[in-house]
Design a protein around this ligand. Structure first.
Ligand SMILES: [Fe+2]
Ligand SMILES: [Fe+2]
Length: 376
């Protein structure tokens, strides 16, 4: 049994000094090597449909593919400043509800707030792109390591989905926004941990349940907020895919976790908690504050208390918590993970809808195709 310090390297989950002490040291590296430590598993049991839910997901995935180059309106003219202003008006997320008197922001003018909005968008989309590459790599690993043929089949479709996601986020950043950011150090630590783990189910837990569960919530939030039509459609299609990916995690792990011992489940709970904190830490976007010439500690002390900011932070867990519950991870080991999620203020989502079947309702690609709005 590990302590919080064993799991994430600090005893207090809210220790801002320790969180900000984790920074990227090699931002100019062009490639990044990680040992993936896994056995590749062949199966000689080719019976298709032995796992009907995975088989159904695989058949669905094949008919819901789309093409990044031609199915999105790339000719849309994107005025990033106008988008940022519209977003700020729609939700006032950054400074709303907080008295900034006496803080570093006291003398900020409109131009600085606008610049912050632009940098935040560049940063957010960059992290989405890096996360998508993480998903591409993890899912390719799952094709090799999962022992079930239905899961290998399904994972192969997800590899294609993720390639498309990396491609469209990269293209959006290059052609519509105004700068890239390197991968955030907390996100990279998490992706490294997921890839390094030798156990095949840990790739699923880290990627499909935690990273993609958060992505689904974050994309949904951004999709709802943005009025920019290209980004809106891009997110709508990416979310349709992500809903299948999270379902893939839930359906596969449900079967596997039912056969684990209490000690093995506890290891999964601890891994889920680590992943949750790494993702929460990365959302502090410390690189953006540095770019703006503001000391991240001061910026965060001033803005973290904003009610909108806290709501956004916790909403990111609205898919993760019910999925962890469905997998039995909240209540194993005397409710250890339930206590941790209570501590970080996200347990209220436990009875929200889980993502085992939500993908059918979210299949926007199929809806557009049926309506004749998409080439078949
Ligand atoms: Fe993706
Ligand atoms: Fe995904």
């Amino acid at each position: 049994m590990s302590t919080t310090e064993d799991i994430i390297g600090r005893a207090d989950v809210n220790d801002l000094e320790a969180i900000l002490g984790v920074t990227n040291t090699d931002v100019n590296e062009l490639v990044h090597h990680v040992k993936d430590n896994a056995d590749c598993i062949f199966t000689w049991d080719y019976e298709k449909g032995r796992r009907p839910a995975l088989n159904k997901l695989y058949e669905k995935a094949k008919t819901s593919q789309w093409t990044g180059q031609t199915d999105l309106p790339w000719a849309t003219d994107v005025d990033q400043e106008a988008v940022v202003i519209a977003n700020a008006e729609a939700n006032g997320m950054l400074a709303g509800g907080v008295d900034l008197g006496g803080t570093v922001f006291e003398k900020w003018d409109e131009k600085q707030w606008l610049e912050l909005g632009i940098e935040s968008q560049n940063w957010m989309l960059s992290q989405f792109m890096h996360g998508e590459q993480g998903a591409l790599v993890c899912t390719a690993k799952i094709v090799e390591t999962v022992p079930w043929i239905d899961a290998k089949y399904y994972a192969s479709t997800q590899v294609m989905d993720e390639a498309r996601h990396v491609e469209v986020f990269a293209k959006y950043l290059d052609t519509k926004l105004s700068g890239h950011y390197p991968i955030n150090a907390h996100l990279r630590m998490l992706l490294d941990d997921i890839i390094q783990d030798s156990r095949w189910d840990m790739t699923y837990l880290g990627m499909q349940i935690m990273v993609e569960g958060l992505a689904l919530a974050a994309f949904g939030f951004m999709h709802q907020m943005t009025t920019e039509p290209l980004l809106k459609k891009l997110l709508r299609y990416v979310m349709a895919d992500e809903a299948r990916h999270v379902a893939f995690g839930v359906l596969s792990l449900k079967e596997f976790y039912d056969g684990l011992t209490a000690a093995e489940l506890r290891e999964r709970q601890e891994f889920a908690f680590e992943a949750a904190l790494r993702m929460r830490d990365r959302m502090l976007q410390q690189e953006v504050w540095e770019q703006m010439g503001v000391e991240p500690r001061e910026a965060l002390q001033a803005t973290l208390q904003a009610p909108e900011r806290q709501m956004f932070q916790s909403m990111l867990f609205s898919k993760i918590v019910p999925n962890c519950k469905k997998l039995g991870l909240l209540d194993a080991s005397d409710g250890w993970l339930r206590d941790r999620f209570t501590e970080i203020g996200v347990i209220q989502f436990e009875d929200w809808v889980d993502t085992g079947a939500e993908y059918e309702a979210l299949d926007e690609v199929a809806k557009d195709r049926e309506a004749g709005a998409l080439a078949s």
